[in-house]
Every structure is written in structure tokens, then in C-alpha cells.
Design a protein around this ligand. Structure first.
Ligand code: NAD
Length: 472
């Protein structure tokens, strides 16, 4: 209660603490008086969110260019279209996805007691976004939270500062500022924010920071949804089509310069196919770049110096061989798509999630690829390229991952109304479509007493106990 009401500035962060406190009190109040539960309010906020993106498309693209050197096509498709599509689908299905459920009437208890399962909003949720899709990874969870009837404090990534500043400016203009607040915070301010009690925390980012979030949430028994990273393998079996396989892997690595949780982290390819695959990967990178040594204006750069240096360091330490790309420039943070062959388990490139445009190639037959994948943390996705149904069954039965796409990359997340999330080190919980609404909801069952005439049929409920009554 102290936390809820205090206006307690912390040293050196007095101003941001004060701003946060005001936001926190406002959203708490809005939820408490029922504003956000109102379904008309939810619909209105969703429509306003759609217009917020629509009216500011160009500014969003400009901010993404400033932060990541992202081209308009990637910005629009990756950060605007997805959010707007999500909103339209949520509005279309709003009644169905938010309605109360009536369990099977074949159970007399449900039938006679008129049992109902209500989807109730969890309350005030803190949404923490990542920098690689700084708009959509903030707004998509926000859409689900609003649809579920929650009040929201949104904390975009401070590393994508242009996008953060834009969200800080436009959210108050479009959204109900009493119930939906955007705050800016770096790791130090987050320490203060996380002292507070939320009813739910939705976090997208790295597993390391997720542990901090999880520990802070545990102090209040706050449920968390963790959308974490990556290390997704592409397993290429002997039967795979090298051209199409390479095209799908290359485009995944090219997009956002590999700074995508679902991008291919490393390739485990059957040795007989390796050279063909590498040749095809190089050919496709050539096409995407507009020529081997071309540095196209439309290619995304690395987010900041720290990440550039991290990638540089991984590449310096590899014992593999750079066979494609490798051009990089610290000033502009341009880092070309780079293929490294001869990578062995234990290599620097396999020591952490790459989250960049380096593509390590490991020789591995299908058995080895499966056991290598099983030996690490559960990835966010597995991509398996094979024509053999038996191979597909083995992937599903012998490995664990957030999702799986066969013979392409990332497609499993594009489907309508399907859940998206990780497992183990790649996350917990899920969202998208109806699953997002469930994530921000508590399923509250309520029922009524049975008619009094039923009493005569349920003697076994009441003492004194007897073996005879137990069997009635
Ligand atoms: P990050 O963990 O550094 O930051 C994520 C968020 O946490 C940011 O808002 C940041 O400000 C905040 N944060 C950072 N340090 C903090 C601290 N000490 N205390 C509290 N909050 C803190 O992650 P990132 O670098 O922004 O994103 C990259 C990671 O996110 C990768 O691992 C990637 O795979 C993952 N990711 C996952 C998904 C998904 O949907 N599963 C999507 C995008 C990115």
C-alpha cells in the first residue's frame, strides 16, 4: 500500500520517479474505478491505437531509420502493418475473444449451477519493450492488454531512443492518458519502477534481464510473461532443396541485419550439402545487397557501438573461416551479412545469441543436428529443411522450442490467431490474437447453488461419514 501511494523520489532520479509515480497512481485509479473494463472504452482505445499508427507512419519510419537505419519497407511491414493488422483482427473478433464461457452442460453441476467462466482483466500491467522492433514490440502487447481490459504502463526500450521519444509523444495524444501511460526508463530507473507492485509484467528482451524482472516480480507474486531470445537453429537435411533453403535463411539473416529474435542463429547442414548451400546463400546475399561489395541504403545497421563491438569480438574469436561478407564499419555501424564455415561446437559464435548478421555454418548430419540442438537451451524456434516426414516427426518429438517452421523461417508466427512464445530460456507465456487476451486475463469461474431438490441426491457430501454413503 505504501508503494501504491508514495511519491518517493529516489536519489538522482527524482524527476523520473515523480513522473512514474504520477503515471502509476493514475493507471491504478483508472483500473480501480472500472474505466478499462468497459468494453466500449476498450474498442475506442483500440481504434485510437490504429489511428495513432496510421497518422504517424512516416514519423515511425523516420524514428526507425534514426535508431536502426531501417528502410521504410522494413519499418512499415515490421513495425506498423503488424500492429494495425492485429488491432483490426482484435476488433473483428472482440466479442468472441472477450466473452464469458459456459462450460459443457452435460455436467449437471454446470447446467444446474449455471456455471460461467469470466475473462477478467488482471489489472495494471507493465509492458517492457525491446529495441529491435521498438514500436511493434511495445504496441502489440499493449493492444492485447487493452483488449483484455487492463490498464497499462508501457516502457519502450531506451536503446531505440528516437522510437522511445516518439511513443512518449504520441501515446498521450491518442490514448486515454489516465489509464495508458508511456514512461521512459533505463536500467537504473527500472530498478525503482520494479519495486512497485503490478498485476502483470509483460517483458520482451534478453534472458539475462528477464531474470531481474522475474526476481522483482516474485517479490509481489506478480505473474510475468517473458518473450525472450533466440538462438534458433536451421537444420538442413540431406534431402533439402539448397536453393530455396538458402533463400529463406538468407532473407531471415538480412532482415533487420539479423537483429530479430526469430532469425537463424546458426545453420546445421548435412556435410554433403554444405558447399551447395553456402554457394546459394552467397548468391542470395549478393542479390539482396545488389552486388557483393555493395552497401545498400536499405540495409539496417547495428543498433549501437556496444552491440557492434560484441559482434566484432565474436567474429575475431571464431576459429571458423569467413567465406562471405565480413565488411564492417564501426562509424556507421554497417555490418555486412557474413557467412562463417567450419564452425565447431564450443566456438565463440555459438557461445551466445548472435543477434546480428553473422551466419555460422556447422557440418552436421541430421542425428548430430538433433543432439546438438538438444544439448543447448530450448530455442525460440527451430527451422528444419527436409522433404522427409520422418525427419519432421523427429524434430517435433525429440526437441523442444517455442515454435517450428518446416522448410522456411519464421512462418509459424505469421499465422492468424496462433500463439507466439518461447519455452524455457526462450520465454514463458504467449500472445498474439486470442492468446494475448488470455495472457492479460484471469479466468474466473463463478457458479450458483444447485436447486434445493438436489440435496437429497448428494448425501455423500455430508457427515457423518460411512462407507455406504461414499459409494452412493
Ligand atoms: P534487453 O534485455 O537488453 O532489454 C529489454 C528491455 O529491458 C528494455 O526495455 C530495457 O530498457 C530493459 N532493461 C535493460 N536492462 C534492464 C535492467 N537491468 N532492469 C530492468 N530493465 C532493463 O533486450 P534487448 O537488447 O532490448 O533485446 C534483445 C533481446 O530480446 C534478444 O535476446 C532477443 O532475442 C530478444 N527478443 C525477443 C523477442 C520475442 O518476442 N521473443 C522479440 C525481440 C527481441
Amino acid at each position: 500500500e505504501n508503494c501504491r501511494n508514495s511519491l518517493r523520489p529516489v536519489s538522482n532520479h527524482g524527476r523520473s520517479a515523480l513522473i512514474f509515480n504520477q503515471a502509476y497512481q493514475s493507471v491504478q485509479r483508472s483500473f480501480a474505478v472500472g474505466t478499462t473494463k468497459n468494453k466500449e472504452w476498450r474498442r475506442r482505445q483500440l481504434k485510437r491505437a490504429w489511428w495513432m499508427v496510421e497518422d504517424n507512419k512516416q514519423r515511425i519510419a523516420d524514428a526507425l531509420y534514426a535508431d536502426l537505419h531501417k528502410h521504410y519497407q522494413e519499418a512499415y511491414c515490421g513495425d506498423c502493418k503488424g500492429v494495425q493488422g492485429d488491432i483490426l483482427r482484435t476488433l473483428e473478433k472482440f466479442d468472441e475473444w472477450t466473452k464469458d464461457e459456459r462450460p459443457s452442460r452435460s455436467d449437471p453441476l454446470n447446467f444446474l449451477g449455471r456455471t460461467t467462466v469470466r475473462k477478467e482483466p488482471l489489472g495494471v500491467t507493465l509492458i517492457i519493450g525491446a529495441w529491435n522492433f521498438p514500436i511493434s514490440l511495445s504496441l502489440q502487447p499493449m493492444v492485447a492488454a487493452i483488449a483484455a481490459g487492463c490498464a497499462v504502463i508501457l516502457k519502450p526500450s531506451d536503446m531505440a531512443s528516437a522510437c522511445q521519444d516518439l511513443l512518449m509523444e504520441i501515446i498521450p495524444k491518442y490514448m486515454d492518458n489516465d489509464a495508458i501511460r508511456c514512461v521512459s526508463a533505463g536500467p537504473r530507473e527500472m530498478g525503482y519502477i520494479l519495486e512497485h507492485r503490478f498485476d502483470h509484467i509483460f517483458y520482451t528482451g534478453s534472458p539475462n534481464v528477464a531474470k531481474i524482472i522475474h526476481a522483482a516480480a516474485a517479490k509481489h507474486l506478480t505473474p510475468v510473461t517473458l518473450e525472450l531470445g533466440g538462438q534458433c537453429p536451421a537444420i538442413v537435411a540431406e534431402s533439402a532443396d539448397p536453393d530455396l533453403t538458402a533463400k529463406h535463411i538468407a532473407v531471415t539473416k538480412f532482415m533487420n541485419a539479423g537483429q530479430v529474435c526469430l532469425n537463424v542463429n546458426h545453420v546445421l547442414v548435412h556435410p554433403v550439402l554444405r558447399d551447395r548451400l553456402v554457394a546459394e546463400l552467397s548468391r542470395h546475399f549478393d542479390i539482396f545487397l545488389g552486388g557483393k561489395d555493395n552497401k545498400p541504403e536499405y540495409y539496417t545497421h547495428i543498433i549501437n557501438d556496444r552491440n557492434f563491438d560484441r559482434l566484432e569480438n565474436l567474429l575475431q574469436k571464431t576459429s571458423g573461416k569467413i567465406v562471405y561478407g565480413g565488411q564492417r564499419d564501426r562509424t556507421s555501424r554497417y555490418f555486412a551479412p557474413t557467412i562463417v564455415t567450419g564452425v565447431k561446437p564450443g566456438d565463440s559464435l555459438l557461445s551466445e545469441e548472435i543477434f546480428g548478421p553473422i551466419l555460422p555454418i556447422i557440418d552436421a548430419d541430421f542425428d548430430t543436428a538433433i543432439s546438438f540442438t538438444r544439448s543447448g537451451e530450448h530455442p525460440l524456434a527451430i527451422y528444419a529443411f527436409t522433404t522427409q516426414e520422418a525427419d519432421k516427426s523427429r524434430i517435433l518429438n525429440e526437441t523442444q522450442s517455442g515454435g517450428v517452421t518446416f522448410n522456411d523461417c519464421g512462418l509459424h508466427v505469421a499465422g492468424r490467431d496462433v500463439p507466439f512464445g518461447g519455452v524455457g530460456n526462450s520465454g514463458q507465456g504467449r500472445y498474439h490474437g486470442p492468446h494475448g487476451i488470455l495472457t492479460f486475463s484471469h479466468l474466473r469461474t463463478h457458479t450458483n447453488a444447485l436447486p434445493s431438490w438436489v440435496e437429497s441426491l448428494i448425501a455423500a457430501r455430508y457427515p457423518p461419514y460411512s462407507v455406504d454413503k461414499a459409494h452412493k
